[in-house]
Design a protein around this ligand. Structure first.
Ligand code: UDP
Length: 238
């Protein structure tokens, strides 16, 4: 345990990360990889909270673009995150890790309801705690839910695992000259409109001094290395 820089962390996984090579839904191979990546730290007693998105299933904005009521679409998006959370819980439990799902929208039959003090208790008891259904409100994203929960539970860092290996000054997929930052300030992320997280999530982290680490989920033992404080990806700080 002493080798770890962080003892309580919040890991944000995008819904799209769960698709793997598919273009919709959940790839069981990815679920297994995430579980095996997390397991060494779990066994060493690092307290791990998780927020997963829903973009692999449904996004409120896409619904709105197709003429749907925005709030209705967002409710569907939040339910998508519950599906992903249950899938992650299943894979964590198959890997021998204790895990609880806590939903921001009450659904007693499938998960506990989010209560901050209970969430902290789960973490203290060594259970991976997955926060489902975003913030429970439309017009927000799961990045904002991740920032909010990270602050609420007193996480030391918000780790955002994505499909890109850090933050660039331009889109690295379309621009071969794009430069990666090792560290960057919240203010710069906001003023340059870099799409790390949405502005609400970034501002919440800034106001509450919550560091954000952005790295590629596909990297080798990536979670372990991030927890040990290795300089991977990009870190957003004051
Ligand atoms: N959502 C919401 N409120 C929240 C979190 C999420 O309404 O607090 C909805 C919103 O429609 C969003 C969808 O859930 O598009 C899925 O979340 P997100 O797009 O953040 O997932 P990701 O991009 O991480 O896969």
């Amino acid at each position: 345990m002493s080798d770890y820089k962080y003892k309580r962390v919040l890991l944000k996984l995008s819904g799209e990360a769960l698709m793997g090579s598919k273009n919709f839904g959940i790839d069981p191979v990815v679920l297994k990889k995430i579980a095996s990546d997390i397991r060494p730290a779990y066994e060493d007693g690092v307290q791990i909270a998780v927020v997963v998105g829903g973009g692999n299933i449904f996004r409120g904005l896409s619904g709105a673009a197709a003429g749907m009521d925005r709030a209705q679409g967002d409710n569907m998006g939040m339910l998508a995150t519950v599906i992903n959370s249950l899938a992650l819980q299943d894979s964590f439990e198959h890997a021998g890790m204790h895990c609880r799902v806590m939903s921001a929208i009450e659904m007693h039959q499938v998960s506990e309801t989010y209560i901050r003090r209970r969430a902290i208790r789960h973490l203290e008891k060594g259970r991976i705690t997955i926060f489902a259904a975003g913030t429970g409100n439309p017009y927000f994203t799961t990045d904002t839910a991740a920032a909010l929960r990270a602050c609420e539970i007193g996480a030391e860092v918000l780790m955002k695992a994505t499909k890109v290996d850090g933050i660039y000054d331009a889109d690295p997929v379309t621009n071969s000259d794009a430069k990666k930052f090792d560290t960057i300030s919240y203010a710069e992320v906001l003023s340059r409109n870099l799409h790390v997280m949405d502005a609400t999530a970034t501002a919440l982290c800034k106001d509450n001094h919550m560091p954000i680490m952005v790295f590629d989920l596909d990297g080798d033992q990536i979670f372990e290395r991030a927890l040990r404080g290795e300089a991977i990806g990009t870190t957003v700080v004051e």
